[in-house]
Structure formats: structure tokens, C-alpha cells
Design a protein around this ligand. Structure first.
Ligand code: GUN
Ligand code: ZN
Length: 448
């Protein structure tokens, strides 16, 4: 990035997961908790990270140190699946996936034909991400190319790393929301040329899901992916049983739902499939073999009554998974709320999601799912300096509970069960403070 980004330094209690893990049981060994730490950034990247005692000598002269003695600082939260045009329709009553799309979603998305409207919602959306500690997201726009422009323009103001794309949809949706195989290809190609790799922006080829694309359109999407192998593919897979039956009837020659995408060249290292609640064994195998990733969206799966995602299987089958909110089927922007739901979904399956595994799925594991673990996910030197300052005691009840926390794992667990945007004190993007809660207790700043 050519822009000059000021250096910065933050002191406080840091918690992250140091490296990728193969099995959930390994996670404890990868936890890095520094009670009094220092992080120094230069040009938006982490230049030095470690204990304050050792770090002081690395501080450039006269660099202001922001000190958060009571708070907890974690890597920026990563949302692996969210729809920015659905921001205004969270909490749409009474339907499951297919009826919910027709009744609420498509009429809402039609409004994004209007660039001014898209700009307004994009600005709200980006602010809401930051307010919730989310620094990177993989985002669905609408079928309208201008909705992608609106989102990237809004993110650019904060130097945020977002991945997004125009929806591809040439059937089973209102005419106003349909493109064609050819126009989807041409519009997506132009958007890739315009945005992919510009600053921190990355592009995702975004067929909505198999039922709303003809085989011809999926073939064009696959052609585009072959032409631009380092762009992403982002779509939905196996969320709802009626949806799966519909895909079987629309694509009778395919072995299973995922095979529809796979045969069109849409699986791979940078392909992310939202939901995957009801996968068959062969689909798990295909995800593993192609290094494709899953976006797990517990809040959405509960809200739409889609089912209980078998998170444990991602470890057993060695399939990458990151956490997603799936706004507007999901009901909160905050990954803390989403982890609360993830914990409960596991409980219903006789499993307990540990706080450290939860943190992993929302940070380093999510970065890996997005093939960005060389840039994001923890405080390793050289990575991009996106992080969140958490106030663990944002309410009276939280204060009472946190005062009794046994250790950092217990404190983190209580935070993920009880927490929400009130706990996000500040959000830093590329080393700069991009959000600060107005009524947060002020940190005791100190000049160096
Ligand atoms: N499947 C196809 N489109 C959508 C959508 O907008 N939201 C969800 N949750 N699932 C989908
Ligand atoms: Zn979705």
C-alpha cells in the first residue's frame, strides 16, 4: 500500500493463538497470554511484539504508547460469511431458508440498484463491523456491481481488509435481481480488475447458491476462477434440507450438492462454503481434498432452523472452518454473540466448545479458512496490525462474574457467553484506531 501509515504502540494484556493447530486438543499449547505486553506497528504491520520489559528499548523515540492495563487485547475478529445488503433485515420473522429468501431477502436486495442507497448502507455496515471488533470479513453484496463499489469504497476509508463480490444469479429470483451467464462473467471480471489486490481489498466470485444459477452460469464462474486463480469463490452449501432436495432435482446428474460446484471448477484453496450443515461423507472428503473451507454460522443456523453444524467433524475430516455471522439470517454482528451460539449448538450435540478453540475459530482459524494466515489472525511480527481492545466488565453482571474468573480461559469463556458490542472498547485497523466506544472508560495513556 502506498499510503503513509503512522507508526503506533499499544501496551496491555495480549491474548492470541500462536500457530495453526491440527486437533482441538492442541490448542492450549498454542495460547499466548502476555500480562504486560507491547505491540509496535510500522506501516500498518506488526514490527515488534512481546513483553513490555523487553519491548521498551524497541520503541521509537517520542512514540506515544496507548496503555490498556485492565482490558484484554486480541487479534481482530474475522467474519467468514456475511451479507452487507441484509443489514437492515435482521430478525425477519417466521420463515425457513427458501421462503425467507423470497419473502424478505429478495425485496430488500432490490434496493441496492441505487448506488446512493448502497453507499448509505455500506457506511453503516462498515461502522457496525468495527463497532463489533470485526476487522476482516468475507462479504456477499447484491447482483448489482455498484453494490460492490459501495462496499469497497466504504472499507477503503479505514484501510480494512475485506473480501467481497457481486452475486451471480440467473434464475429462480425476481427479474430485477437476475443477471445472465454472460453479464455475470463480464461484470465480475471488470470488478476483479478494478478491486482485487487494490490496497487491502480482495475479490470473491459469488454465485448465490446452486439453485439460482444455471449450469451455464456456473461454468462461466468456473472459467473466471481459472483465469484469476487467486480470487476467492464464496457461496452457500447444504444449509437446509429443502434446499438440498431442490439442488438434487435441478442437477440430477451430480453425485451430491458440492459436486455441482466441484464439477464447475469452484472448489479449491480459496473457496469458502457457508453453512455445510448436512454434508454427506463424500462432500466432506471433497472439501478436504480440494483444501476448500467452511464458514460456520451458528446464529443463522438456529434462527432459520437449518440444523446443528457438526463442528467436531471439521477436526476429524481435516477441513478448514472459520466463524461467520451470516447477517441478516444471523442475528448479531458480534462474533462474541456468535460464539455464544456456537457453544450452545455444541452442547446440543454433547460437546463443549472451549474458549480457546472458540477464539481460534474467530481469529487464526478464520484467517486460515480465508487463506490469509500469513497476514492475519495473531500478533506474529510481520502480520497486519488489526486488533481489538476488549473491556471485560462492560455491565454490572459481567463485572460480578469476571471478578470471580478463575484464570484467563475462564474470563474469556464468560466474555464469549455474556459479551456483545458493549465489550468492544476500541478497534484498530492497520495499526490505527478505527473505532472507539464513546462511553468506554478512558485508558491511562502515557507518553513515552
Ligand atoms: N442461501 C442462498 N442465499 C442465502 C442467503 O442470502 N442467506 C442464507 N443464509 N442462505 C442463503
Ligand atoms: Zn449467507
Amino acid at each position: 500500500m502506498s499510503a503513509v501509515i503512522a507508526p503506533s504502540a499499544v501496551r496491555g494484556r495480549f491474548l492470541d493463538i500462536q500457530s495453526l493447530v491440527e486437533k482441538s486438543t492442541d490448542i492450549h499449547g498454542q495460547v499466548r497470554f502476555i500480562e504486560d505486553g507491547l505491540l509496535i506497528t510500522e506501516q500498518g504491520k506488526i514490527k515488534w511484539f512481546g513483553p513490555w520489559e523487553q519491548g521498551q528499548q524497541h520503541l521509537p523515540a517520542a512514540l506515544h504508547v496507548e496503555h490498556y492495563p485492565e482490558q484484554l487485547i486480541i487479534p481482530g475478529l474475522i467474519d467468514c460469511h456475511i451479507h452487507f445488503p441484509q443489514t437492515e433485515m435482521v430478525g425477519a420473522y417466521g420463515e425457513q431458508l427458501l421462503e425467507w429468501l423470497n419473502t424478505y431477502t429478495f425485496p430488500t436486495e432490490m434496493q441496492f440498484k441505487d448506488k446512493d442507497y448502497a453507499d448509505q448502507i455500506a457506511a453503516f455496515f462498515v461502522h457496525e463491523l468495527l463497532k463489533n471488533g470485526t476487522t476482516t470479513a468475507l462479504v456477499f453484496c447484491t447482483v448489482h456491481p455498484q453494490s460492490v463499489d459501495a462496499l469497497f469504497e466504504a472499507a477503503e476509508r479505514h484501510h480494512m481488509r475485506l473480501i467481497a463480490g457481486k452475486v451471480l444469479m440467473d434464475r429462480h429470483a425476481p427479474d430485477e435481481l437476475c443477471d445472465t451467464a454472460e453479464s455475470a462473467y463480464a461484470d465480475s471480471k471488470a470488478l476483479i480488475e478494478k478491486w482485487h489486490g487494490k490496497g487491502r481489498h480482495l475479490y470473491a466470485i459469488t454465485p448465490r447458491f446452486a439453485p439460482t444459477s444455471t449450469a451455464e452460469q456456473l461454468a462461466k464462474a468456473g472459467q473466471l476462477k481459472a483465469e484469476y486463480p487467486d480470487v476467492y469463490v464464496h457461496t452457500h452449501l447444504s444449509e437446509n434440507k429443502n434446499e438440498i432436495a431442490w439442488v438434487k432435482s435441478l442437477f440430477p446428474d451430480h453425485e451430491n450438492y458440492l459436486d455441482v460446484y466441484h464439477q464447475h471448477g469452484l472448489t479449491g484453496q480459496r473457496s469458502v462454503f457457508a453453512h455445510c450443515v448436512h454434508l454427506e461423507d463424500k462432500e466432506w472428503q471433497c472439501l478436504h481434498e480440494t483444501h476448500s473451507a467452511i464458514a460456520y454460522c451458528p446464529s443463522s443456523n438456529l434462527f432459520l432452523g437449518s440444523g446443528l453444524f457438526p463442528l467436531k467433524k471439521t477436526w476429524e475430516k481435516h477441513v478448514k472452518v472459520g466463524l461467520g455471522t451470516d447477517i441478516g439470517a444471523g442475528t448479531a454482528f458480534c462474533q462474541l454473540n456468535t460464539l455464544d451460539q456456537a457453544y450452545k449448538v455444541q452442547q446440543l450435540q454433547g460437546e463443549s466448545l472451549s474458549a480457546f478453540e472458540a477464539l481460534y475459530h474467530a481469529t487464526l482459524g478464520a484467517a486460515q479458512a480465508l487463506d490469509l494466515d500469513d497476514k492475519l489472525g495473531n500478533f506474529n511480527v510481520g502480520k497486519e496490525a488489526d486488533f481489538v481492545v476488549l473491556d471485560l466488565q462492560a455491565t454490572a453482571l459481567q463485572r460480578l462474574r469476571q471478578q470471580r474468573a478463575q484464570n484467563i480461559e475462564d474470563a474469556l469463556f464468560a466474555l464469549m457467553i455474556m459479551g456483545d458490542d458493549r465489550n468492544i472498547q476500541s478497534t484498530y485497523v492497520y495499526g490505527q484506531k478505527a473505532y472507539e466506544q464513546k462511553n468506554a472508560q478512558s485508558s491511562s495513556n502515557q507518553a513515552h
